[in-house]
Design a protein around this ligand. Structure first.
Ligand code: 5RP
Length: 256
């Protein structure tokens, strides 16, 4: 069905139980993961700054390191929201066009599988996130363990599409994937991305077994601007769970 209102953030409730049965604050774990990811940022680096409620802690920590430790970096934000936060915490920003290549990007994810393939775009920033990730020498992802999946797709796949003829584009995506595709709304209005586009959420279910083919097929549809599948981009996941923070490094990745 085309153009229905859905909230694509189907996440488990916040709060996890530790083995000892103590309630753990997921927000605290996300903060720890966000801070840990900053270990990958060294003096003089050009850093991609992702979007979302986990990576915001990395942005705040980088600001702290600049202000309190004199670290010198420049950042390229992946959204207007992240740019606003980065300016607030004192990270000097540059245009990607002016620096071309970045040393590392830190970003969040909506899902990741054992091959470090991602679904992103829950925060509607997937296009800029992907452009920035593509220009980065490495990608560090920060997540809590609700995001770890066997097969991608339980989280509806975000796809950035043109407003022009978006109904036809949604119909074509639906035919291609054989699933319901909905136009993302916020407070009753169609969500518009930072790039002036719309987001279609494809409710595939957890069965995207070949994300690369799925991405290629969707990119053939003229109204599709970009797909929220990040293939072979992520090198490290900093994972927050009830057992603490774990660093998962892709064996053949750029940070292994
Ligand atoms: C934005 C994204 C986010 O990184 C993703 O939705 C994860 O966000 P959060 O850390 O808030 O769960 O892809 O487009």
């Amino acid at each position: 069905m085309v153009g229905q209102v859905v909230n694509s953030h189907f996440k488990k409730p916040y709060g996890l139980h530790s083995p000892a049965g103590v309630m753990i604050d997921v927000e605290q774990l996300k903060q720890q993961a966000g801070i840990r990811a900053c270990d990958y940022v060294k003096d003089g680096m050009k850093v991609g700054l992702g979007t979302g409620s986990t990576v915001k802690y990395s942005v705040i920590e980088l600001g702290r390191k600049i202000n309190e430790e004199g670290m010198q970096i420049v950042g390229v934000p992946t959204s207007i929201a992240t740019a606003d936060l980065a300016r607030k915490v004192g990270i000097p920003l540059v245009e990607l066009d002016d620096v071309t290549n970045l040393d590392v990007v830190i970003d969040g994810t909506d899902e990741f599988d054992s091959n470090f393939q991602l679904i992103k775009g829950g925060g509607a920033a997937l296009l800029r996130e992907k452009i920035v990730a593509q220009q980065s020498a490495a990608m560090v992802v920060v997540a809590d363990d609700r995001k770890e999946v066997e097969t991608l797709g339980a989280f509806p796949l975000p796809i950035e599409i043109t407003p022009f003829s978006h109904g036809i584009t949604i119909e074509r995506i639906s035919q291609e994937l054989g699933c319901q595709v909905t136009l993302r709304n916020v407070s009753g209005d169609t969500l518009t991305t930072d790039n002036g586009n719309y987001i279609a959420d494809a409710h595939t279910g957890p069965n995207i077994t070949d994300p690369s083919s799925c991405e290629k097929a969707l990119l053939q549809i003229a109204g599709v601007v970009q797909v929220g599948l990040f293939i072979n981009m992520c090198d490290v996941v900093i994972l927050a769970s009830e057992n603490g923070i774990r660093t998962l490094t892709k064996p053949d990745g750029r940070l292994s």
